[in-house]
Design a protein around this ligand. Structure first.
Ligand SMILES: Cc1cc2nc3c(=O)[nH]c(=O)nc-3n(C[C@H](O)[C@H](O)[C@H](O)COP(=O)(O)O)c2cc1C
Length: 171
């Protein structure tokens, strides 16, 4: 399958980046085509709610920022993997912007499955993020192929690596 991973931590060697890389390695080993994008390094503004896309824009966003690189990747993806750290009990801002900028196309056209990778310091901080993710899966009518979380003592461990490998087997 054609897999797009959006990795949203600004820490290049951090825990979320490690989880995204492990997913990529496992998916490529299983024969999938994988594109991994660090969205935290991109200039992606929030949606302006100007409705240009639903009128004169005919599906195109009026903002010409780095989302222009992502729209074609999202249009072709069959699996969308969101990888983000928890900031203040929710997915960080860097992952929210590209999700919300899909407003112009409503949903990524070919996505059938999603997965969610998250890291945090504390346990018990994932409720809001999981709720958002599951609501998006439902809204887009796509299958949740699984969620892996890694709090401080689970980061970069063999056990977390195995959970990520299990997610890939769900595809
Ligand atoms: C702005 C900010 C807010 C954070 N908020 C939380 C939080 O609410 N709960 C938590 O457990 N960890 C929180 N953390 C810690 C990160 O989620 C944690 O260190 C995570 O592993 C970072 O991922 P990374 O290594 O991929 O950058 C926060 C970190 C930052 C920088």
């Amino acid at each position: 399958m054609n897999i797009l991973i959006l990795q949203a931590s600004p820490r290049a060697n951090g825990n979320t980046a490690w989880m995204a890389e492990e997913y990529k390695n496992a998916a490529e080993a299983a024969g999938h085509k994988v594109t991994l994008v660090n969205v935290s390094k991109k200039k992606i503004a929030g949606c302006l709610a100007c409705e240009y896309c639903h009128g004169k824009g005919n599906g195109a966003c009026i903002q010409k920022d780095d989302m222009q690189e992502l729209y074609p990747l999202m249009a072709e993806a069959e699996v969308l993997v969101l990888a983000a750290p928890i900031y203040y009990f929710t997915l960080n801002a860097q992952i929210q912007a590209p999700i919300q900028r899909l407003y112009c196309v409503n949903k990524p056209a070919k996505v059938k499955k999603m997965a969610l990778l998250m890291s945090s310091y504390s346990p018990g901080v994932y409720t809001g993020a999981i709720s958002e993710y599951k609501d998006i899966c439902g809204y887009w009518g796509v299958e949740d192929s699984g969620i892996v979380t890694a709090k401080i003592d689970e980061q970069k461990t063999e056990a977390t690596k195995q959970k990520i490998q299990e997610l890939v087997k769900n595809l």
